[in-house]
Design a protein around this ligand. Structure first.
Ligand code: NIG
Ligand code: FE
Length: 421
């Protein structure tokens, strides 16, 4: 949003959880949150200017020059980065959710023309204003959970016009909302009926007709693909992503979500910024991603909602991966903006420590959108994107199960959400 940037001083935090660092944290590094007790952070013109113990900072930065927040008895953290969402979409699939409760599988619904394809139909039919309005409301909800940056994908168009429409809406939403939205082109998200058995033709269509326009108009920074059995093969994914890279896109993959196909290995081979889902990723694939510096983005809300086994977070961390966590907010496999739900699942069901989960939603989330140099931690020079909890420690985040502990959110140095008001 083209908003003014604020000058704010947040003082006396019981814990100033800085998550300090300018790159992804791998393996054991994920446990180190770099906490300053009784800490103060100063933001000038939207950018963090000073971080340290309160007494020291107040000597050089007099309070009268700033809007002051007294964080006595409260924990202060970097804003969360939700690095995998499908936030712009038309229509809902509540009916499909009841079918899944009855036992139908996600893929069987998709194969008979429902699932993603039903959201495609609704998104094609939706006016831009409707898509804009619903995405803005979802971002309000995300902001209330402490999210200050969101990645958002296309992929509910599958044709030229609607893919572009979705990306244009994402751009407008980014300009209108305080939360930053980073766009990803995910044209290759599903195969429409008329292209069944002709996936190669569809891949060519994206490469030749849609991606050049998306690149030229800078409508997306990343390119993603649903690399999955009965959707796009490893070969097709390699071909599309290689072209995407040549056009200047950074890469992401929906990899090894339902079937172990080799998406993790492909992400490592292509030097993708992140590979996401990874419920079925192989041991070799996991080691290859750690080696290649691919962020492994885990989406436990989706595994939960699909009643699948969770991704092997512990194995990934032990093998030196940089794990990020995200919601995967979408109308089908995981309709939630809830960061508290993600914390609950990551800690109670995936064996992640609270420290690792915090890292996964801050600096590693930032790395998953290639912004570890500007967001994701409370470090001098980074954006003043900061959250204040209503409790004295980050340890309350998963402990208060399923409930948001975020009291205030500061974006670019401006107080933009306050539970108390
Ligand atoms: O990340 N797996 C593919 N795509 C989405 C789901 C999209 C949908 O069901 O609408 C996902 O889970
Ligand atoms: Fe997704």
């Amino acid at each position: 949003m083209m908003m003014t940037k604020g000058n704010i001083l947040i003082k006396n935090a019981a814990e100033l959880v800085t998550c300090s660092g300018f790159q992804a944290k791998k393996g054991k590094e994920m446990s180190d949150l770099h906490i300053i007790e009784k800490g103060t952070v100063v933001v000038e013109n939207g950018i963090i200017k000073a971080v340290g113990p309160t007494e020291e900072i107040l000597k050089s930065f007099p309070e009268e020059n700033y809007e002051v927040i007294d964080a006595t008895g409260k924990a202060v953290l970097p804003g969360f980065v939700d690095s995998h969402t499908h936030v712009v979409f038309g229509g809902y699939r509540a009916e499909e959710f009841s079918w899944r409760l009855r036992g139908d599988s996600y893929m069987s619904i998709m194969e008979r023309g429902g699932g993603i394809l039903s959201s495609v139909k609704a998104t094609k039919e939706a006016a831009k204003e409707e898509l804009f309005k619903s995405a803005m409301a979802r971002l309000d909800s995300m902001l209330s959970f402490g999210v200050t940056t969101v990645e958002g994908k296309s992929g509910y168009g599958l044709d030229h016009e609607t893919e572009i429409k979705q990306l244009e809406v994402a751009k407008e939403v980014n300009e209108a909302h305080v939360v930053d939205v980073i766009s990803t082109f995910l044209g290759a998200h599903a195969v429409p009926k008329e292209y069944k058995g002709k996936e190669e033709v569809l891949v060519n269509f994206f490469i030749e007709k849609v991606m050049p326009e998306v690149a030229e108009r800078k409508l997306a920074e990343f390119c993603d693909i649903f690399c999955e059995q009965n959707v796009f093969s490893v070969e097709q994914s390699r071909r599309l992503l290689t072209k995407a890279k040549e056009m200047g896109f950074k890469l992401k993959l929906h990899a090894d979500e339902i079937v172990q196909l080799g998406g993790a290995e492909l992400a490592a081979e292509l030097g993708a910024v992140s590979a996401d889902h990874l419920l079925q990723a192989s041991d070799e694939g996991i080691r290859a991603m750690a080696e290649a510096g691919v962020i492994t983005t885990l989406l436990p809300g989706t595994a939960f909602s699909l009643k699948e086994d969770f991704a092997r977070a512990r194995y990934m961390i032990e093998n030196n991966c940089a794990v990020a966590l995200a919601t995967d907010l979408n109308p089908g496999s995981c309709f939630t903006e809830s960061i508290p739900l993600i914390f609950a699942l990551a800690t109670l069901y995936m064996g992640m420590s609270t420290e690792e989960a915090v890292t996964a939603l801050t600096i590693n989330g930032a790395a998953a959108v290639d912004r570890a140099d500007t967001i994701g931690s409370i470090d001098v020079g980074k954006k003043g994107d900061i959250i204040i909890l209503e409790f004295p420690s980050y340890k309350y985040i998963p402990y208060h199960i399923g409930v948001s502990t975020v009291e205030k959110v500061v974006k670019n140095g401006m107080l933009v959400f306050d539970k108390e008001k």
